[in-house]
Design a binder for this molecule. Structure first.
Ligand SMILES: Cc1ncc(COP(=O)(O)O)c(C=O)c1O
Length: 400
């Protein structure tokens, strides 16, 4: 694949307002106009390079958006105050009353809750499908379907979407394919594989320091203009705008993403192989036993590996909780939701990030109570980490 996402980030060049190597941070909510006519033109969307009001756009947010668009290979992007602040306006921009969405059933709990519980208030219905079965996906499409929605690697079951196949289906039925790429930045480039819109929760690997929430919608100039439109743009009108100071700090962290992702992936692969050979039920796209291992390989930029997320199943929720508490007490990471931090984070998705999904549905999709989701950290000595985790598992009789 000739598309090199990390080179695109490396090649960003800034000459700040005062020659700074970092662009100056725009610390203003509103902007002056030297002529009233220019203000009018800006409202109408006809004055490139002019800023109106920071809920619409601001220089710092545009810098971050352009960097993320370069990473994903889209024309442009719009940053938001959180991942949900990117997902919800993108869906609301594309759908209106009477429309229908086909979505993967294994997605982040908040997105699931929005589709299942919130958006039906606007008469927008969703059919949830097993995204790994393209024929089932296609069969769920009806004449009102507008959007096909999935995560490249799903939360928390780590199912892998066949993006080229889904893009083909979307094109055939004139739908927009939205891919949430939060779990696999750099490893997978959904837009290059045919997705129309790529979304990230920047909160996770991209920012990487667990100090803020943030989101982005990457897409065509036309779609991003639509989101920002002062009359009917969902980002502009719903107002989940990222703060400029945050945009500047996320941009700085983005520059080390390639180094971090390589280390997360290296560590996760090491642990997944060890856990699997210890006899634990382990799910990681880098394992040959993963049903979509070959598919992931066919879509990935191999330098960045299979990502930092893995799951193990320790049988029961009680065991999962005991294990997580013991690992935290032994300073192996934090019992916390979210992902992409320098330390390992672990949680039991059934009772945390996926608790919005009813228990019966969790069962049907294979989300068991004993599942522990790991976001593997940047540990320099992962062998030491493994030995300590192994000892915790032995102490709790999870391993003999
Ligand atoms: C895959 C995925 N998408 C979206 C989100 C939502 O992002 P945020 O918490 O930044 O709103 C999350 C959060 O956990 C996530 O894991």
């Amino acid at each position: 694949m000739s598309f090199k996402p990390a080179n695109n980030i490396q090649d960003l060049q800034y000459f700040g307002e005062f020659g700074g190597v970092n662009p100056s941070i725009s610390d203003s909510s509103t902007y002056t106009f030297l002529s009233a006519k220019t203000m009018f033109d800006t409202f109408e969307g006809n004055a490139d390079g002019c800023y109106l009001y920071s809920r619409h756009s601001s220089p710092s947010n545009l810098y971050l958006g352009e960097a993320l668009a370069a990473m994903e290979g889209t024309e442009t992007a719009n940053v938001a105050a959180s991942g949900m602040g990117a997902i919800t306006p993108a869906l609301l921009q594309l759908c209106q009353a009477g429309d229908h969405i086909v979505s993967s059933r294994t997605i982040y709990g908040g997105t699931y809750a929005f589709l299942k519980n919130f958006i039906p208030r606007m008469q927008i219905e969703t059919t949830f499908v097993d995204i790994t079965k393209p024929d089932i996906v296609e069969a769920a499409i009806n004449k009102n379907t507008k959007v096909l929605y999935c995560e490249s690697v799903s939360n928390p079951l780590l199912e892998v979407a066949d993006i080229p196949a889904l893009a083909k289906i979307a094109k055939k039925h004139n739908l927009k394919l939205i891919v949430d790429n939060t779990f696999s930045p750099l490893s997978i480039s959904p837009a290059i594989l045919g997705a129309d819109i790529v979304i990230h929760s920047l909160t996770k690997f991209i920012n990487g320091s667990s100090d803020t929430v943030g989101g982005v919608v990457c897409g065509t100039q036309q779609f991003i203009n639509d989101l920002r439109n002062v009359n009917d743009g969902a980002c502009m009108l719903l107002g989940s705008t990222m703060d400029s100071l945050r945009a500047a700090s996320v941009l700085k962290n983005l520059r080390t993403l390639h180094i971090r992702i390589k280390q997360h992936s290296k560590n996760a692969l090491y642990l997944a192989e060890k856990f699997e050979s210890d006899g634990l039920k382990t799910v990681y796209p880098g394992l040959k036993s993963h049903p979509s291992h070959e598919l992931f390989k066919s879509m990935m930029h191999s330098d960045y590996g299979f990502g930092g997320m893995l799951t193990i199943d320790v049988g029961t929720l009680d065991k999962a909780n005991e294990l997580m508490e013991l690992m935290q007490n032994n300073n192996l990471g934090y019992l916390a939701v979210s992902l992409g931090f320098y330390k390992t984070l672990f949680s039991a998705p059934g009772t945390s990030t996926s608790s919005e999904i009813p228990e019966a549905e969790q069962k049907e999709m294979g989300l068991s109570n004993g599942l522990v989701r790991f976001s593997i950290g940047l540990d320099d000595d992962i062998e030491r980490t493994y030995q300590m985790m192994h000892a915790c598992m032995k102490q709790l009789n999870i391993l003999d």
